[in-house]
Design a protein around this ligand. Structure first.
Ligand SMILES: Nc1ncnc2c1ncn2[C@@H]1O[C@H](COP(=O)(O)OP(=O)(O)OP(=O)(O)O)[C@@H](O)[C@H]1O
Ligand SMILES: [Mg+2]
Length: 248
């Protein structure tokens, strides 16, 4: 086993390289996320953001470098690494014919996690703000925002140290996006390390502690949040992202 969690941050990527065939997509990627931190990973289409998540999930085996999730190498022990994390893809996979409560109960049983209704499932559904009347409804009729709430509730109920999000706010309306941002702050308050791949600059500026730009296979630039209202300069970020000049 490769668990030496004590010496590691929850998410650690060092000098990661990965190629699909001849094409090198990641070439020397360094990225860490600490407990209670939200890291927004930005980058153009095809930059390698989802590939980075795939490496953390153990879906690909990097050609060089090291990856650790909760101290575990996902390439060596994918099941153990996945036990440390919750992954929320753009469209959340749930059992549509089951209710929100039943989905949580089922996925917690798969994860062999505690699943007491009163002390685990209901507090998690409460924490994510899923309205009580929806708890027993089939999730097949849920909006994207509600499905994400169920997915985050599952992450909270499993007490995982790592949350991976791939374009979570794409297709959410502004209000649902704001709710989602507050939701991942709840996870951050519980000391979860959160890596959010996104094209949504507003969201990144709203919640991230750090923002990294992935380009040419590595983090080309990394920004840390400032204080108060001037956490990040949205104009400058937009200009950086689009290769245009910032508005004066
Ligand atoms: N399984 C695969 N086989 C071959 N090439 C792949 C595979 N998955 C991704 N790629 C290529 O690797 C590059 C990076 O893909 P990736 O999905 O990581 O980008 P991304 O940053 O997530 O982009 P997007 O913003 O469009 O989601 C792209 O050029 C893509 O076509
Ligand atoms: Mg992607």
């Amino acid at each position: 086993m490769t668990n030496d969690a004590g010496a590691h941050l929850p998410i650690e990527v060092r000098a990661l390289r990965h190629s699909y065939g001849e094409r090198e997509v990641l070439c020397g990627l360094d990225l860490t996320v600490a407990p209670g931190e939200i890291y927004a990973l930005l980058g153009g289409n095809g930059a390698g953001k989802s590939t980075t998540l795939s490496a953390l999930l153990g879906f690909i085996v990097p050609s060089a470098g090291s990856v650790r999730v909760g101290g575990i190498d996902p390439a060596a022990d994918p099941a153990m690494a996945r036990a440390q994390l919750a992954y929320v893809p753009e469209s959340v996979a749930l059992y549509d014919h089951l209710s929100a409560r039943e989905n949580l109960d089922y996925f917690l049983s798969l994860a062999r996690a505690q699943r007491s209704r009163k002390t685990v499932v209901e507090p998690a559904l409460d924490a994510v703000g899923l309205p009580h009347h929806a708890w027993n409804q089939r999730v097949g009729g849920f909006s994207k925002g509600m499905r994400q709430k169920v997915a985050i509730a599952l992450a909270l109920a499993r007490h995982v140290p790592v949350l991976l999000l791939d374009e979570p706010t794409s297709g959410l309306d502004p209000r649902a996006t704001m709710e989602f941002n507050r939701l991942i702050e709840t996870a951050r308050d519980r000391k979860v390390a959160i890596l959010m791949v996104t094209h949504d600059l507003l969201s990144a500026v709203d919640v991230a502690n750090r923002i990294g730009f992935l380009s040419a296979g590595r983090i080309e630039e990394e920004l840390a949040a400032g204080d108060g209202a001037a956490r990040f300069d949205l104009n400058a970020l937009h200009a950086r992202y689009t290769g245009t000049r910032a508005a004066a």
